[in-house]
Unconditional design. Structure first.
Length: 364
């Protein structure tokens, strides 16, 4: 994060009651008139007989009635992508679950997540001027945001619960926590006087774009997707690139479902650095999540099955490396893919390999 780092306490920004004034912008007419019901029909974890059943279950959810969707949804975020009308079905499902007290994990787990991400007035702020480099609440992001690619922004890192995207609570049907904390996070960035925030995690960018917009929250700065930034920098460093000539399988994160328009930049980066990513069954729209969150919300059996199918598919494609863009996915799957003969590597480290900053053998 650089040497010029400040730490301290941020005063409470928004009174608690005001946070709950934000409401989900969900258009019931759009949902009722949907002819595809893709949000549920394309789901890889729930099965429906056809449009009639899927649409009917979504209508139950919308109207606050009991639905098997409320008990079977594994919180993979994918329906946010499948709904091409931008009506935020996953956020609605999570809202209705919370209203009914149908939390997805045992109370000790949801309480633990709420408590350990609670703002405590302890944070780190680097040499922030017009741009901040968001390291959220993940130390790994600060380590990744170094070297030639990030030389102009590495010292502008911010880290701590005060700047953490709270989207993780949607996995546990705690949308009230998001509605309480996200306005505070946005205001904390505003108080730094930044014009743009480079989000080093899909979840941060998705929260400040998709989620903030869905709840009518104004973001007074420009969120920048970190891979857009990396793509731009790698083009500037093109003369230093030595094509890697390797074959990879890309592990798409669940939070990338909130920003599907950003998926193509991964392929552009791969092409630029000489990486092949053969077509496989579980990629792009059909990608399987890392499944670690499934252990909490759906149990070990499903999580183990999803991970096995995913890794089997990677190996069948002829991949040598498993490429991650999410530290949580990497933590979840690194050891498992390594045991199967795949080399785990973050996409930033892959780029550093291409410009000679990181040895291939060191990618782990």
């Amino acid at each position: 994060m650089g040497t010029d780092v400040k730490s301290g306490f941020m005063d409470p920004i928004i009174k608690r009651g005001r946070c709950f004034m934000v409401q989900l912008k969900f258009d019931q007419k759009v949902c009722a008139s949907c002819r595809s019901a893709d949000c549920l029909l394309k789901c890889q974890y729930m099965t429906f007989s056809g449009h009639k059943e899927a649409h009917g279950e979504m209508m139950k959810v919308m109207k606050g009635k009991d639905s098997r969707v409320l008990t079977e949804c594994v919180t993979c975020y994918a329906c946010e992508e499948y709904c091409t009308r931008g009506n935020h079905p996953f956020y609605l499902i999570s809202e209705k679950r919370e209203e009914k007290g149908m939390f997805t994990a045992p109370r000790p787990i949801t309480t633990q997540w709420k408590n350990m991400t609670q703002m405590q007035g302890k944070y780190l702020v680097g040499n922030v001027k017009d741009t901040a480099l968001s390291c959220c609440y993940l130390p790994e992001l600060g380590q990744l945001g170094t070297g030639e690619i990030f030389k102009d922004v590495a010292s502008a890192g911010v880290f701590g619960a005060e700047f953490m995207c709270p989207a993780v609570h949607s996995h546990f049907a705690r949308m009230s926590v998001i509605k309480e904390r996200l306005p505070v996070v946005i205001e904390n960035y505003r108080k730094l006087g930044v014009k743009e925030v480079i989000c080093m995690h899909d979840e941060c960018y998705g929260t400040l774009t998709s989620m903030a917009s869905a709840y009518g929250m104004e973001v007074p700065f420009k969120p920048v997707y970190y891979l857009d930034f990396v793509w731009q920098r790698m083009q500037e460093l093109k003369d230093k690139i030595k094509p890697l000539g390797i074959t990879v399988a890309y592990q798409r994160s669940c939070s990338n479902r909130l920003i599907p328009d950003k998926l193509p930049v991964v392929k552009k980066i791969f092409k630029l650095i000489g990486v092949k990513a053969p077509k496989r069954k579980y990629q792009d729209e059909n990608a399987l999540c890392c499944a670690e969150i499934l252990r909490s919300v759906s149990g070990y059996k499903l999580a183990d099955d999803v991970q096995k199918r995913n890794i089997d598919d990677m190996l069948a494609s002829g991949a040598e490396y498993c490429v991650f863009n999410c530290p949580a996915c990497q933590t979840s799957l690194s050891e498992k893919v390594a045991k199967r003969g795949l080399k785990p590597v973050h996409i930033i480290d892959l780029c550093k390999m291409a410009i000679g900053e990181k040895e291939r053998e060191a990618a782990s």
